[in-house]
Design a protein around this ligand. Structure first.
Ligand code: SF4
Length: 107
């Protein structure tokens, strides 16, 4: 059983995101399936997979009003890459259409 609070988890993940693997996150990103299909943003493995799973990350948000591109923690894709990054998951690639339990409205 874990005594991790949500705040503690977010703080640790946010600090880790600034330190770990930003460049490799973009390289690990898959290509979009085209059309309305969300970009398949491949998890690079390691601790990021556990973090994404714990927060129920999906490439396609079940809520049209909430998705990664309007989340405070999203970092937009660069250079035409199909996936952006999430500062919460150590800069792990995430789909612009993605969503997780920690979605926070962009200010
Ligand atoms: Fe990251 Fe979740 Fe926000 Fe997407 S919705 S940017 S995965 S915190």
């Amino acid at each position: 059983m874990s005594n991790f609070s949500r705040r503690e988890f977010l703080t640790r993940m946010g600090v880790g995101a600034l330190v770990v693997g930003g460049v490799s996150a973009v390289a690990a990103c898959g290509k979009s399936g085209g059309g309305d299909a969300p970009a398949a943003c491949t998890d690079p493995g390691g601790g990021s997979k556990a973090q994404r799973d714990a927060l129920h990350y999906v490439d396609k948000s079940p809520n049209a009003e909430k998705h990664c591109t309007n989340c405070q923690l999203y970092v937009a894709a660069e250079g035409g890459a199909p996936c952006g990054k999430c500062t919460l998951f150590a800069s792990t690639p995430v789909s612009p259409t993605g969503y997780c339990d920690t979605w926070t409205k962009k200010a």
